[in-house]
Write a protein that binds this ligand. Structure first.
Ligand SMILES: Cc1ncc(COP(=O)(O)O)c(C=O)c1O
Length: 358
C-alpha cells in the first residue's frame, strides 16, 4: 500500500497521524454545512461535539485542532496557576506537549512511575495533597490510555476505575488523555462510555487511528466545557467555518473504530516477525495495540542510523532514544508494508549487531 512522502512511495510507520483523508472524508468535507463556530453556529461542529459527548457518556463536547491543545485546555480549566497536576512519568502531557503545563497553565507537574502506564492508586493517594500555607493543592491526575511511550499499552478498565475511585476520595479531578482510547476499545471490547465513566473529562484524537486529517474532542460536564471553550479561545483555537474539518471527524467516527483491530494485528505481525530476527529485542506480548518499540542488542546509539538506513529502503519509523525505534500501524499501511519493513530489518539489524560487537 504505502503512500507518497517527498515524491516517493514509502511504508510509513512513523505515527498513526500520517494517514490521508479517505474519499468519504473528502466528500463530507466538500459538502459540510458550516457556520461561524466562534458564534457557536456551525451545525457540523455541533453534531460532532454532541456525538462525541454521547459516546463517552458526558454532557458536552468541544472540538479542538489538536490533542495537545485539548490537554492544555484541560490543565487550564482543572487547575489554577501554582496548583499541582499528577502525571505518569512517560506521559505525553509531561514529555511531549512542549512544556505547556509550565509555560502556559503555570501548574506544578509531579511525575509518578507506573507499570506500563498503569499508575498505582495508593501512590496517587499518597501524592495528593489538599494544599495549605506551604504545599500546593493537587488539582488533577492525568491518565493516558492507550499509553504511547509504553508501546500502546492499555490501562485495563479495573485499573482505570481504581484510579478514579481514589481521586474521589482525595478530591482530585481526573483527566483521561485518551488520544488513542478507541485503540483501547478495540483491544478490550470496552465501550467508550465505560472509559468515560472513569474520568471527569476525556480528550480523544480523531487524527490518529481514526484517520481524520485534523482534530481532537474534549468531553465533560456542560459547565466545565463552557469554561474550556473560553480557554480554547484564549489559546487561539476558536476557529470559524470549521465544520469542514468536523465533517471529516464525523466520518472518522464511522470508519475508524472498525479498522483498529486490523491495525493491531499488523503491529503483532511485525512484532512476531521481528522476534525471529537475531539482534532484535521485541516483546511480542507487550504489543497490545498499534504501537511497537524495537530495541536491538546494538543499543540506543544505533537507533538513529538504523532509522536512516530504513528510510533509504523506503520504510519510515522514529528513533526515540532509550525507548527504541517506534513503529505505529494505521489504516495507510498493510501486510505488504509490514513485509517490506521486516525484509529491511532482517538485513539491517544483524549487520548492526555485528558492528556493535566489533
Ligand atoms: C497520548 C497522546 N496524547 C496527546 C497527543 C497530542 O495529539 P496532537 O498530536 O493532536 O497534538 C498525542 C500525540 O501523539 C499522544 O500520543
Amino acid at each position: 500500500m504505502g503512500h507518497l512522502v517527498g515524491g516517493r512511495v514509502v511504508s510509513d510507520f512513523r505515527s498513526d497521524t500520517v494517514t490521508r483523508p479517505s474519499p468519504a472524508m473528502r466528500e463530507a468535507m466538500a459538502r459540510a454545512e458550516v457556520g461561524d463556530d466562534v458564534f457557536e453556529d456551525d451545525p457540523t461542529v455541533q453534531a460532532l461535539e454532541a456525538r462525541a459527548a454521547a459516546l463517552f457518556g458526558k454532557e458536552a463536547g468541544l472540538f479542538l485542532p489538536s490533542g495537545t491543545m485539548a490537554n492544555l485546555v484541560a490543565l487550564l480549566v482543572h487547575a489554577r496557576p501554582g496548583e499541582e497536576v499528577l502525571v505518569e512519568e512517560r506521559s505525553h502531557t509531561y514529555n511531549n506537549e512542549a512544556g505547556g503545563a509550565a509555560a502556559v497553565a503555570h501548574v506544578l507537574t509531579r511525575t509518578l512511575p507506573s507499570a506500563r502506564g498503569r499508575l498505582d492508586p495508593d501512590a496517587v493517594r499518597r501524592a495528593s495533597r489538599p494544599g495549605n500555607l506551604h504545599n500546593p493543592r493537587t488539582a488533577l491526575l492525568v491518565v493516558e490510555n492507550t499509553h504511547n511511550f509504553w508501546g500502546g499499552a492499555v490501562v485495563p478498565l479495573e485499573a482505570a476505575r481504581a484510579l478514579f475511585e481514589v481521586t474521589r476520595e482525595v478530591v482530585v479531578a481526573l483527566h483521561l488523555d485518551g488520544a488513542r482510547i478507541f485503540n483501547a476499545c478495540a483491544a478490550t471490547g470496552v465501550a467508550p462510555a465505560d472509559w468515560g465513566a472513569t474520568a471527569d473529562t476525556v480528550t480523544f484524537c480523531l487524527s490518529k487511528g481514526l484517520g481524520a486529517p485534523v482534530g481532537s474532542v474534549l468531553v465533560g460536564p456542560r459547565a466545565w466545557i463552557a469554561r474550556a471553550r473560553g480557554a480554547r479561545k484564549m489559546l487561539g483555537g476558536g476557529l470559524r467555518q470549521v465544520g469542514v474539518l468536523a465533517a471529516a471527524g464525523l466520518v472518522a467516527l464511522d470508519e475508524g473504530p472498525p479498522g483498529l483491530a486490523r491495525d493491531h494485528a499488523l503491529a503483532r505481525a511485525l512484532a512476531r516477525g521481528l522476534a525471529a530476527v537475531p539482534g532484535a529485542l521485541v516483546d511480542v506480548d507487550a504489543c497490545e495495540t498499534n504501537i511497537l518499540f524495537l530495541r536491538t542488542v546494538a543499543g540506543p546509539a544505533s537507533y538513529g542510523p538504523l532509522v536512516e538506513a530504513l528510510q533509504a529502503r523506503g520504510v519510515l519509523a522514529v528513533a526515540l532514544g532509550e525507548l527504541g525505534v517506534r513503529f505505529v500501524t494505521h489504516r495507510d499501511v498493510d501486510e505488504g508494508d509490514v513485509e517490506r519493513a521486516l525484509a529491511a530489518l532482517r538485513e539491517l539489524i544483524p549487520a548492526r549487531a555485528v558492528e556493535a560487537r566489533a
